[in-house]
Design a protein around this ligand. Structure first.
Ligand code: KG4
Length: 341
C-alpha cells in the first residue's frame, strides 16, 4: 500500500464553494456549497459570487475535514484552484489555501481547473477499486466555460487538439434555455425536458469547422430565429413544443460534439476515452458517448455525476499527482482568470 497522503482541495473558481479531503486518490469527503443567489439574475454575478465564497469557505472546509475524520494537522498539503475562473472568486480560495498552508507549515499546490476536470476520471471511492484510464487517452471536456478535445499524455501533460471558437457547450445549453425562459443554469432543465421530446422534431443548423474545433454560436442563432418566427404564428409555440425543442437542441449539441470526437478517435490511436466537465452530466451525451465506446471497442470513462460539476475532490486528486512530483508553488503565486490547460 502506498504511503497515505492527505490532501485538502479547495475549489472556488465560479459559483460553487467546495472543499474535499482525499487520501491519495481516494475521496474521503467532498462538500459543495452552491450559490442560489445567482438564479434570479439568470447567470453568475461575479461580485455576489465572491461575497458568497467569503461566507462559505470556512464552514465548507470545516465540514470537509469533519466528514473525512481528519484533523487539519494530519494534512500533508493544501491544493487550490489557481484558474481559470472569476478573479474575485479565485482570490477567496487562493487566499484561504495560502493562509492554511502557511499556518500548518505544509506545501501549497496550485491546480489548473481544466486539468482537474480531466483528472476527475482518476477519483477513487473508498472500498471500491474503480478502473482508471490508461495514458494516452482522449478526453472531451465540456463545461459552462470550455469545450475542448484533449489528448491526455499523463496527469501532467495534456494537449488541446480542438476547442470551441465561440460559445462553450454549456453556454449553448444555458443561453438557449434562457430564450425559453427556463431557470439558470438551463442545461439540467433541457436534459430533463428532452427526455419527453422528439430529437428530430426541429432541424437546427450545425456548424462544420475544420479540424477538431467546434462552434455553437450558429446553432444558438438558428434556435433563436426558429422561436422568433414560430412565435409570430403562434404565441404559445414555446409552451406547446418545449419538450421537442429541448430534445432537438440537445441532439444538435451532442451531434456537434460527437462528430469531432469521432474524427479525433480515428486519428489518434488511443484505447481509452473519457468525458469531463459539467455538461458530461447530460444524460443524452452520456448515452451517445457510451454507445460510441461500445461500438468502437474503447474503454470509456465518465466521472460520477457529483464529480462532473465543479468540485474540490478533483482539485485534491490533481493536487495529489503534483504532490508525487513535489511540484509545489510559492506563497505569493497569483491566481489567473484566464489560463489554458
Ligand atoms: O463544469 P461546470 O460545473 O462549471 C464550469 O466550470 O463551467 O459546468 C456547468 C455547466 C453549465 O453550463 C450547466 O448548464 C451544464 O454544465 N450542465 C448541463 C447538465 N448539468 C450541468 N448541461 C446539460 N445537461 C446537464 N444535465
Amino acid at each position: 500500500m502506498d504511503k497515505k497522503t492527505y490532501i485538502l482541495g479547495i475549489e472556488s473558481s465560479c459559483d460553487d464553494t467546495s472543499a474535499a479531503v482525499c487520501c491519495n486518490q481516494i475521496v474521503l469527503s467532498n462538500v459543495v456549497a452552491s450559490q442560489d443567489v445567482h438564479k434570479k439574475y439568470g447567470g453568475v454575478v461575479p461580485e455576489l459570487a465572491s461575497r458568497a465564497h467569503q461566507q462559505n469557505i470556512i464552514p465548507v472546509v470545516q465540514q470537509a475535514l469533519q466528514q473525512a475524520g481528519i484533523a487539519k494537522e494530519q494534512l500533508h498539503a493544501v491544493a487550490f484552484t489557481r484558474g481559470p475562473g472569476l478573479m474575485g472568486s479565485l482570490l477567496v480560495g487562493t487566499s484561504f489555501a495560502k493562509a492554511l498552508a502557511l499556518s500548518l507549515n505544509i506545501p501549497l499546490i496550485d491546480v489548473n481547473h481544466l486539468q482537474a476536470h480531466v483528472l476527475a476520471n482518476f477519483i477513487q471511492e473508498p472500498m471500491l477499486e474503480n478502473k482508471q484510464p490508461s495514458f494516452p487517452f482522449l478526453c472531451m471536456l465540456v463545461s459552462g466555460g470550455n469545450s475542448q478535445l484533449i489528448v491526455v499524455h499523463s496527469a501532467y501533460s495534456m494537449q488541446i487538439i480542438g476547442k470551441t471558437i465561440d460559445d462553450a457547450a454549456g453556454e449553448a445549453f444555458d443561453k438557449c434555455a434562457k430564450i425559453m425562459d427556463l431557470p439558470y443554469p438551463g442545461g439540467p432543465h433541457i436534459d430533463k425536458l428532452a427526455k419527453e421530446g422528439n430529437p428530430k422534431a426541429f432541424k437546427l443548423s450545425k456548424a462544420t469547422m475544420d479540424g477538431y474545433d467546434y462552434s455553437f454560436s450558429g446553432l444558438k442563432t438558428s434556435f433563436l430565429y426558429l422561436l422568433r418566427d414560430e412565435q409570430k404564428k403562434n404565441i404559445r409555440f414555446i409552451e406547446e413544443n418545449k419538450a421537442d425543442l429541448c430534445a432537438s437542441l440537445q441532439q444538435a449539441i451532442i451531434d456537434t460534439l460527437m462528430l469531432k470526437f469521432e474524427k479525433a478517435v480515428a486519428t489518434y490511436s488511443v484505447n481509452d476515452i473519457a468525458l469531463a466537465g459539467g455538461v458530461s452530466a447530460n444524460s443524452g451525451l452520456r448515452n451517445a458517448f457510451t454507445d460510441f465506446g461500445l461500438k468502437h471497442k474503447k474503454q470509456l470513462f465518465i466521472p460520477k455525476l457529483s464529480y462532473t460539476m465543479d468540485n474540490a475532490a478533483m482539485i485534491a486528486v490533481a493536487g495529489y499527482f503534483k504532490y508525487l512530483k513535489k511540484d509545489f508553488c510559492a506563497i505569493d503565486l497569483p491566481p489567473f482568470a484566464r489560463v489554458s490547460i
